[in-house]
Design a protein around this ligand. Sequence first.
Ligand code: SF4
Ligand code: SF4
Length: 316
Amino acid sequence: MKLFRIDQEEWNRFLESLRNDMEVCQISEREHPFKEKLLPPKETLFYYRKDTPKQKEILNTKKRLFVGLSPCDAKTKQLLDLNFLSEPYPDPYYKALRDNTWVITKACQDFEPYCFCDQIGDSPAKLNGADGILYDLGESYHLLLDNEMLIQKLEEFGKSGESIENEDSSYEKGKIPSRNLAPLPIEPLKKNLLSQINNQELWEQIESTCLSCGACTFLCPACYCFDIQDTSYGRAGKRERIYDSCMFKSYTAEASGHNPRPTGKERWRQRLLHKFSYYPTLYGEIGCTGCGRCIKACPSKIDIREAIKHAAKYCG
Ligand code: SF4
Ligand code: SF4
């Protein structure tokens, strides 16, 4: 891990120099989650012909560097890795994209109205598994790199960095926002939410105004429900992976007509359990980065922070 001091003009020239080796994308908007770069909304997996067992698989290995996204979005990679790279069936399409993607975030200087990473034990200035993070010092940046390839490129560019032990070492980070908000009660959910699976009152109150539109899940950087669709053109065709949502009634509809999650109550139950019970149990991490996109996008103004607080009342 190395820390570099770099001014804005040098930084721009460095990015320009990288364009010979990879696509460099600057991200400044936060409407869309970074997951779209690793798990595209619509992705062709392979082409096939019915008269041959050979498929033309599409593994996207284009090298890409994304710069400027927020630290919470870098966590997307960590959370999706847990699901898509876990043995015994790592996902080759996700892996190809992910192994050729590097991320340098920019520490946030302000909280947006809906974000709450600081209330779930995170920070707007953490590395969160990114390959680097920029701290804005005004005319220049401190750039902390945690990736050998990028460190080597920057040294070849002519910069020398200082080796540091970890991201918590003492160095200038510019303006890092802080506020005095109580942490959200995540621990009781991790421990006891599953025991409340049949508590009708709990789930009814949370979902009472939900329209099952799925906007929250499509924009959530940690949600990854998908559907597989084949499109045939005569004797040939293609297989695609497209986003789906556990908030849709059709998501769990079975061919028999039975649906184990027939109402919004069961679907909201699944959403909270997946994020705050199943994910921590399976992987030790909650399935939420605190980005707040689901709150901003919800047409019914349902706020996951309130859902967490409400559920915690039942979890002891
Ligand atoms: S649940 Fe909401 S706040 Fe949490 S990561 Fe998903 S969109 Fe962001
Ligand atoms: S965005 Fe709001 S209304 Fe739409 S499914 Fe999510 S919680 Fe329900």
